[in-house]
Design a protein around this ligand. Structure first.
Ligand code: NDP
Length: 400
């Protein structure tokens, strides 16, 4: 009997790695449902190859095109559209596992739906945990769903824990966790050169191949900041027990310092198929097609403290975790808008952090919304506020 896997964000980088793992183990897994936003050609190719029962596209026009395309090829896949289509993928009866790999806040509702349905949730979409940690963790606990972290750092920490450990509970015997960070493409760039960096420069990550949003987040180190908040929810730890360490080689994927002085680390190639196949096969281990790590040729492994002047986004995220309430949600929404503006050429690289800081200050302390409608509404408010802040800056630039 094979395990049915639904993939939210099937056309993305994590989606591709997940499909690769499925193809390597046809006796164990089958792809039963997939989603994308607008990439009709990408999703059509996946449907031809994997013949899922359901394919959904967030964009209705794209969904209509996909339906025509699949029908002309005589494929049996049912095509759905819009938010309801994404929910249908998350809730698909044939899926025991759901890979949550939509980028950004758009992943929140489908990820929550998978949690409510009691699926094994393979969580790549860290933004949903940052926005609504309490709701997602409560949904997992209430439905008996399994939560397996796919982010390589959190997956590494999970792998360092005893076999009986489940996410959401405090980590037994742990003094602190050490989240490693490559430092991204601008780790050693002179600070004066940062404002002139282009979206392509920011997306040229030295070790990992990823989608553009997370690549920019890695360049600003907001990615690590979001991961600090993600770790607090997954492992039940306060901010002071989550430390970030720069490790440019990306060989050690994270570490756990135990009460007895031991430091446990998980190491591997920078290849997302390791955490993906781990999450899918857990508690077993399977081959994910990842080449073996050769520590001799990997060379020396370096570790250093992060430079907060270079990476203000990391500080903003750490402050948001300490502030609590809706601060992580505000941080995430402002970041998504600022990153899109940077990718679209509207603001400079260094303006990303400035805009987020401004949005956080202007929104002040807000209590954490405790239902999904309030979360979605506040996310939309902060997006509007951040968009306005960016327009004001552009206006000032044109007048100058
Ligand atoms: P990509 O940009 O490569 O892919 C994003 C996927 O989400 C695509 O399938 C895209 O569809 C879909 N999507 C985008 N916007 C929407 C929307 N509004 N509604 C529905 N679907 C949408 O991202 P990644 O695969 O790199 O990242 C996915 C998630 O995994 C992110 O949360 C990221 O932080 C996390 N992650 C990624 C890692 C990596 O190595 N890539 C590592 C750890 C975590 P379409 O193609 O049609 O646009």
């Amino acid at each position: 009997m094979t395990t049915g896997v639904a993939i939210l964000g099937a056309t993305g980088s994590i989606g591709a790695s997940t499909l690769d793992v499925i193809e390597r183990h046809p006796d164990r897994f089958r792809c039963v449902a997939v989603s994308a936003n607008r990439d009709v050609d990408g999703l059509a190719a996946i449907c031809r190859r994997h013949r899922p029962a359901v394919a959904a596209m967030a964009d209705s026009q794209a969904a209509a095109q996909l339906a025509v395309e699949l029908r002309s090829q005589g494929l049996p896949t049912e095509v759905l559209a819009g938010p309801a289509g994404l929910l249908a993928v998350a809730e698909c009866q044939e899926a025991e596992q759901v890979m949550a790999a939509i980028v950004g806040a758009a992943g929140l509702l489908p990820t929550l739906a998978a949690a409510h349905c009691g699926k094994r949730v393979l969580l790549a979409n860290k933004e949903s945990l940052v926005m609504s940690g309490r709701l997602l963790m409560d949904a997992i606990a209430a439905s008996g769903a399994e939560l397996l972290p796919i982010d390589s750092e959190h997956n590494a920490i999970f792998q360092c824990m005893p076999g009986a450990y489940r996410c959401g509970a405090p980590l037994p015997g742990v003094t602190e966790i050490l989240l490693t960070a490559s430092g991204g493409p601008f780790l050693d760039t002179p600070l004066s050169a940062l404002p002139g960096k282009s979206p392509d420069d920011a997306c040229a990550h030295p070790n990992w191949e990823m989608g553009r949003k997370i690549s920019v987040d890695s360049a600003t180190m907001m990615n690590k900041g979001l991961e600090v908040i993600e770790a607090a929810w997954l492992f039940g730890l306060p901010a002071e027990q989550i430390r970030v360490v720069i490790h440019p080689q990306s060989v050690v994927h994270s570490m756990v310092r135990m009460d007895d002085g031991s430091v446990l680390a998980q190491m591997g190639q920078p290849d997302m198929r390791t955490p993906i196949v781990y999450g899918m096969a857990w508690p077993e281990r399977l081959d994910g097609g990842v080449k073996p790590l050769d520590l001799v040729s990997a060379g020396p492994l370096d570790f250093r403290a992060p430079d907060v002047e270079r990476f203000p986004c990391l500080r903003l995220a750490q402050e948001a975790l300490v502030a609590g309430g809706a601060a992580p949600l505000v941080l995430n929404a402002a970041n998504e808008v600022a990153v899109q503006a940077f990718l679209g050429g509207a603001i400079q690289f260094t303006t990303i952090a400035e805009v987020i800081d401004q949005a956080m200050q202007q929104s002040g302390h807000l209590d954490s919304p405790n239902d999904v409608d309030s979360i979605v509404a506040l996310d939309a408010d902060i997006r509007r506020l951040t968009g306005e802040l960016i327009r004001q800056r552009e206006g000032r630039r044109h007048h100058a």
